[in-house]
Design a binder for this molecule. Sequence first.
Ligand code: NAD
Length: 357
Amino acid sequence: MTSNKTVLILPGDGIGPEVCNEAKKVLGHVNSLHNLGISMQELLVGGSAYEKFGKPLPEETLTAAIESDAILLGAVGGPNWDNLEYELRPERALLGLRSELDLFANLRPAILSKHLSDSSSLKKDKVQDLDLLIIRELTGGIYFGEPRGVTDSGNSAFNTMIYSKKEIERIGRVAFEAAQKRNKTLCSVDKANVLEVSVLWREVITNLSKEYPDVELSHMLVDNAAMQLVRNPKQFDVMVTGNLFGDILSDIAAMLTGSIGMLPSASLNSDNKGMYEPVHGSAPDISGKGLANPLAAISSVAMMLKYSFDLNEASKSIEKSIQEVLSEGYRTHDLEGAQNKKLTTSEMGNKIIENLK
Ligand code: NAD
């Protein structure tokens, strides 16, 4: 099967290039194994782009991002750039890519491999076989709402939480469609007992559910959802929520799985074009030491094949290989395990490739 797809790789800073290198090796291998016809291009983003071009998102990178079919990003940021003015900081590149490409749907799976159930902060029986997908609206809500600012000579400040019906409907569709491909249950999270914007959110999602009669919809207030995620996370399958609530809930869900080095994410636009990235940052404390876990970046490649390219078999082959390697006891340094099975970043990448079929 040949698809003629282009993937832009943006390694970024810190451990970004290390984990991206392994993800690139895996993508290259799957590409030739399954004859996918994917071509790859690599460019600078974040602090490394600032060093060369004086800005974190150079035109060349943005243009290539717009023209490519999918983007794999490592991580950006680090102490060298912490004192730059806001517009020049590496993290601005992420916001720039999200808004320029209209990547409004953030998909964050929280899956706990049965081989790693001891790494969770919750008791084993609460999290064993956890497989949850949080869908967060990413380009609207209070993070972008206008007006915003500081008044009264700095004595007060304000933001605006605003969603249009159109914005709620498009994230709702992503969520219902994701639920259809999974266990056909969807929990929509809001704060409809206090916020008008949440009343509208609930109304739009409820109306939309008529188009997806096979999906069982429920609603939950965000404070309860935070509690339920820690009390009994396995009650959820797909959750959908706005930008602010999703930011917080997806980090809670991430911690249920124990290691930030395992978690991938996808940010999609309405054509399913996506930017795929590990949830973790550039980890300057371990950068350059071969200690970074590349599995979040490698799982991000699996998500790319599934969501942007509809290449489910190739995607599953990566996920399967990850599980096999973990079941054999191999671990990177962030995960508990036998010392004689500890692997460096690139050794882990090689093991995943060895097991790919
Ligand atoms: P971080 O995720 O980089 O690191 C938090 C902790 O987790 C560190 O102890 C780190 O060593 C560990 N860790 C992270 N990824 C790991 C991996 N793959 N394998 C093993 N251990 C891993 O978060 P931070 O320290 O708060 O931020 C560091 C920098 O990254 C900052 O400049 C921040 O702005 C940036 N950041 C970028 C992104 C992004 O690019 N999407 C996300 C978060 C933070």
